[in-house]
Design a protein around this ligand. Sequence first.
Ligand SMILES: *Cc1c(COP(=O)(O)O)cnc(C)c1O
Length: 395
Amino acid sequence: MSEEFCFETRLLHNKHKWDPHTGAVSVPIHHASTYHQPNIDRFGRYDYSRSGNPTREALEETIAELEGGTRGFAFASGMSAISTAFLLLSKGDHVLICEDVYGGTYRMVTQVLSRFGIEYTFVDMTDLDQVASHIRSNTKVLYVETPSNPLLKITDIQAVAKLAKANGCLTFVDNTLMTPALQRPLELGADVVIHSATKFIAGHSDVVAGLVVVKEPALAEQLAFLQNAFGAILGVQDAWLVLRGLKTLSVRLKQSTASAYEMAKYLQKVPEVLEVYYPGLPYHPGYPIQMLQTDGAGAVLSFRLTDGEAVKTFAQHVQLPVFAVSLGAVESILSYPAKMSHAAMPKAEREKRGITDGLLRLSVGLEDVHDLIDDFERAFAALRKEGSVNIGSTG
Ligand SMILES: *Cc1c(COP(=O)(O)O)cnc(C)c1O
């Protein structure tokens, strides 16, 4: 359905608004693994659920429409979506990746793809000269994550995609932090959009899922082949949960983005906070590009305390956010990248990328933001008190 409706409306009023067989206003969960075929010469639309399932297909069609692509694919996790997309590469190919990429993607590229003869280089994608100078004759993919995680660096998708096209490469964009509600990379020239739907798209910390969307029909054919060949498909119950979460994506993100902005402004004023990383703050180096290529700064921000000890004390005293891996949920999530999302990265590599022991990431949920600020204020007060006790006892 229809380009003429706004994104918010299309989240609800799409092809899968109701089931054509029953009128059910919720996509039916088809558990069948296999399908009866009319006869040996004529097979129906579905034959086996790894290759195609109506419930999973409803999600795949919905996300494709929302991202402005022609075809979507649902996977068992964000990592299986990313890994399957990487299977477009062959031995001897080279991939250029943003340096503060998600820890699991870093692990996949450095420890798995490398065993299959796929070469890689990490670069600061915010620096286009650096990107251009590292493209080789065998480079096939420029892999972008913007905003990056956890430092919220902003990459100019349009510029990178242009460089990629000029060099015969594909552009992959991990759009997990933005979702199509805020950023639509295919419209900016990217070829493959990837999501950990575990995060904002599903939004309720109750399902692990991944999505891929492409525009080019030839690429869609290749991915359909790889999805079926590799087989890391999303189960139907989980596909239904993602569809359910997706309906409220816009309201959730709007509220959380507004609160994240308030939190970022608050954190800037806290003496214990050395730095705040949020692309919605005008002094953020990526702010102008973020404002151009997205419809908002999103709900994730990071901030730096002095060291691991300060993080420990702060995390012990803060009560509202869950202290956990993951992001993009109805509840606020405080994470510690050094020991969570980026634990797969050696310490030296982490620190080179600015992911130090004092760095915390906050994914802002739907709590009243004043409650969040009060909670943080209490934790910082405790840090102040314990910090001065420490100084007193050692001084
Ligand atoms: C969580 C995450 C992934 C991995 O997704 P899973 O669903 O956990 O497999 C990939 N990229 C980003 C940016 C993420 O936050």
